[in-house]
Design a protein around this ligand. Structure first.
Ligand SMILES: Nc1nc2c(c(=O)[nH]1)N[C@H]1C(S)=C(S)[C@@H](COP(=O)(O)OP(=O)(O)OC[C@H]3O[C@@H](n4cnc5c(=O)[nH]c(N)nc54)[C@H](O)[C@@H]3O)O[C@H]1N2
Ligand SMILES: Nc1nc2c(c(=O)[nH]1)N[C@H]1C(S)=C(S)[C@@H](COP(=O)(O)OP(=O)(O)OC[C@H]3O[C@@H](n4cnc5c(=O)[nH]c(N)nc54)[C@H](O)[C@@H]3O)O[C@H]1N2
Ligand code: SF4
Ligand SMILES: [Mo]
Length: 711
């Protein structure tokens, strides 16, 4: 299919979960792809951020994987697809025979389509294991856990559009939407602020989000610069302030007694938990003046409609589930849920992380979040699939990695880069390198993980194939193929279909993504009412149980999706991060993202427009800490934790709180994950990326170092 500049194909940006529509056109002469605006795209009305505009740069990139590769004598050799498939099948069969089905782990990809992830998790389950997971485990797993348990669905309760129009208060907690969800911030949240909404931001770091709400002639913006890992203490102080005020001034209605009575359970437990709660001590723990906490509590409690946005600063902690539960507590006691402009709104990360979870790419749930250990749910899916599904939930992806050499011996990795994205990556590298018997990596580039693989399969990229993706406000949208770039690459769907069909006689032979979607609808109740036809204009926001359902802009208007229809309140207590500063490691390290880089950087480091802004990693250090260490702005320093060290440039700035250092996971040699702690939240199994103890070394010999050169 050849297109010219006047005839762009409408598809969806491959970077973040906002789900902006973009146009792509092919240059007639060079056959290069270029961005074109899609003026009336449903989410973004034609606006895009720097990443959306640069997204085609990775499609035509010269580093693209172009042929299947097999590891031979420490290097890679090009082979035919036939040879690669034969090798994969024989190794999958060998591992099954020698170690059983749980000897394999399967990593799905939030960079790929719903149909592709659906097929991958079906393949894992047909193989006999529920050990299939995706990057949400490192991302919003704790949020999803708390939301599913206490409200019903692991997704945003509201939508960007109703939030922009109806919210009087935006409480942005541990999220930096101006950089990580730029169009959500500029088109929706900042618009709400310009129209009069007050913004409360809770983050140890001042960033572009902070600046974007410093609107002239208003003081409707508060930035609470919390100490990393103390968000429960902060929210408990907020909740206690609201409870105490209500006791003395019930006529102010700071809490919504009717809502609590009719629609929730557990309020007494919250009151008991906070009975002896000391607000002064909590303020000290989180490093914020009590008067600021009281002001934030008042603003939230008095709002007509108040919405909470929750990001990685909340989810990526050993207390991640409880962090989000406390946001739920705040929303439920004030009745800020079930209406436009309210709710708990995780800004989902990757372009298709919502969908990847929706279609069952997780070890505990089947498509549509049906529990794998629920006999009825399993049987209903089995009746469509025609094979038995193992009834026990599998290990999560970081647990799979931790079990390499123990119970896991093979990995199938589609579109993830765990050797950079997992915490404590030096240890992960050792396990992958020494204890893994077999690994397939299916990617568009030779990643740090692919370098250790036995087979590398070249996939087509986002602009070359069709399928559906689901954005942060549950909108399922069609991606449309523009044109294939490298002849010998294959669509992820076709690769999985080939492998499935070779391993098993039936169940994997599909004629394109629409046919897969038709089967997905059969087993995924929240998608059941959708078809490619009904998705083609603006997409649909799930749930769509029956054909003709128009989807929901916001959830829980009348009841929650829990067993008894009630929202679940539960008091939680501050638990410090697993690692806190001590004499040897006196600083708290936290890690987060940059606007122009993306996750493990496989795409953004190769995109000239994006890489130009920050070609190297850096660390933000408070001026007082810099003075104590004798560090000057721009100096190379070594950051060290119990697990490793990296060399980075020091950026001396009061954007970060004193005693805290802030760096990123985007660069290979200097990735924050050489330092991070791989301890997990015990329920959601999310790693604590946002708090580790660290030290800075200033007197380092940079001349002999190989650690600073990033690829
Ligand atoms: N440009 C760009 N956009 C992206 C991505 C990207 O890599 N680059 N990745 C995508 C993905 S996968 C995701 S999940 C989203 C993530 O988007 P966000 O949720 O915004 O993620 P982060 O930038 O990791 O962290 C958010 C904020 O948490 C703060 N923080 C750190 N520790 C704490 C703490 O203990 N408490 C509190 N309250 N805050 C803390 C950090 O300073 C940071 O500003 O972005 C998506 N969009
Ligand atoms: N220190 C620290 N570490 C973190 C985080 C943090 O905040 N701090 N955040 C965590 C979070 S939120 C996340 S989501 C994870 C992300 O962790 P990963 O998912 O491992 O990271 P990505 O870089 O997004 O990897 C996506 C891969 O998919 C490939 N890809 C792109 N398009 C396609 C395609 O069409 N087909 C195929 N087959 N492959 C494709 C890309 O080249 C890339 O290698 O990182 C986590 N790691
Ligand atoms: S906001 Fe997200 S989806 Fe929209 S253009 Fe930017 S990266 Fe792409
Ligand atoms: Mo993420």
């Amino acid at each position: 299919m050849s297109q010219n500049n006047n005839d762009p194909i409408k598809t969806i940006c491959p970077y973040c979960g906002v789900g902006c529509g973009i146009g792509v056109a092919t240059d007639d002469d060079s056959s290069e792809m270029h961005f074109r605006p899609w003026g009336d795209a449903p989410v973004n009305s034609g606006r895009i951020c720097i990443k959306g505009g640069a997204a085609t740069e990775v499609v035509n990139h010269e580093d693209r994987l172009t042929d299947p590769l097999i590891k031979e004598n420490g290097g890679f050799k090009k082979v035919s697809w036939e040879k690669a498939y034969e090798y994969i099948i024989s190794e999958l069969e060998r591992i099954h025979e020698e170690h059983g089905p749980d000897g394999m782990g399967f990593f799905g990809s939030s960079k790929t389509m719903n149909e592709e992830n659906y097929l991958l998790q079906k393949l894992a389950r047909r193989y006999g294991t529920n050990q299939v997971d995706n990057c949400t485990r490192m991302c919003h797993a704790s949020t999803v856990w708390a939301l599913r348990r206490s409200l019903g669905a692991g997704a945003m309760t509201n939508s960007m559009a109703d939030l922009a129009e109806e919210a009087d208060v935006l409480w942005i907690h541990g999220a930096n939407p101006a950089e990580q969800h730029p169009i959500a911030n500029s088109q929706y949240f900042r618009q709400a602020a310009l129209d009069g909404a007050t913004v409360i931001q809770v983050d140890p770091h001042a960033n572009k989000t902070t600046r974007s709400f410093e609107i002239e002639d208003t003081d409707r913006h508060m930035h609470l610069q919390v100490e990393p890992g103390t968000d429960i203490a902060l929210l408990n102080a907020v909740i206690k302030t609201i409870l105490e005020h209500h006791e003395k001034n019930p006529e102010d209605n700071w809490i919504d007694e009717d809502f609590i009575e009719d629609r929730t359970e557990g309020f007494e437990d919250l009151k008991r938990t906070l009975a002896d709660f000391d607000r002064e001590a909590a303020a000290e723990t989180c490093g914020i003046d009590l008067s600021d906490i009281e002001e934030a509590a008042e603003v939230y409690a008095q709002a007509g409609n108040a919405a909470i946005f929750t990001g990685m600063g909340m989810s990526q902690h050993t207390s991640g589930v409880d962090n989000v539960q406390n946001e739920i507590n705040l929303a439920l006691i004030t009745g800020n849920i079930g209406r436009p402009g309210t709710g708990i709104n995780p800004l989902r990360g990757q372009n298709n992380v919502q969908g990847t979870c929706d279609v069952g790419t997780m070890p505990n749930v089947l498509p549509g979040y049906q529990e794998v250990d629920d006999d009825e749910a399993r049987e209903s899916v089995e009746s469509v699939w025609g094979f038995d599904i193992p009834p026990e939930p599998g290990l999560t992806n970081v647990e799979i990695s931790h079990s390499i050499g123990d119970s896991v011996f093979g990995l199938y990795v589609m579109g993830e880069n765990p050797l950079m994205s997992e915490p404590d990556s030096n240890a992960a590298r050792q396990r992958f390198d020494e204890d893994l018997e077999f690994m397939v990596v299916q990617d568009i580039f030779m990643t740090e993980t692919a370098e250790l693989a036995d087979v590398v399969l070249p996939a087509t990229s986002w602009a070359e194939r069709g399928g559906t993706v689901t954005n942060t406000d549950r909108r399922v949208q069609l991606m449309r193929p523009v044109e294939k770039v490298y002849d010998n690459t294959k669509h992820d769907l076709d690769i999985l279909s080939e492998i499935g069909t070779r391993l098993f006689d039936d169940g994997f032979d599909f004629d394109g993504p629409e046919e897969v979607f038709e089967e997905l609808r059969e087993v995924c109740p929240i998608y059941h009412g959708m078809t490619y036809d009904t998705l083609s204009e603006e997409g649909l926001q799930w749930p769509c149980y029956e054909p003709g359902d128009e989807g929901d802009q916001y959830l829980y208007e009348k009841e929650f999706d829990t067993d008894n229809g009630k929202g679940y309140i539960e008091g939680v207590r501050h638990q410090p991060p697993a690692e806190t500063p001590d004499k040897e490691y006196p600083l708290i390290l936290t890690t987060a993202r940059l606007e122009e880089h993306y996750n493990t950087g496989t795409m953004s480091r190769r995109s000239p427009t994006l890489n130009r802004q920050h070609p190297e990693n850096f660390v933000d250090i408070h001026p007082k800490d810099a003075e104590r260490y004798g560090i000057e702005n721009g100096q190379t320093v070594q950051l060290r934790s119990r697990r490793g060290s990296i060399e980075v440039t020091a950026q001396v700035t009061d954007a970060i709180k004193e005693g805290v250092i802030w760096t990123t996971p985007h660069f290979a040699a200097s990735s924050a994950n050489r330092l991070t702690n791989d301890i997990l939240d015990d329920r959601a199994k999310i790693p604590e990326y946002k708090a580790a103890a660290a030290e800075i070394d200033v007197d380092i010999d940079t001349s002999s170092s190989t650690e600073t050169a990033d690829d």
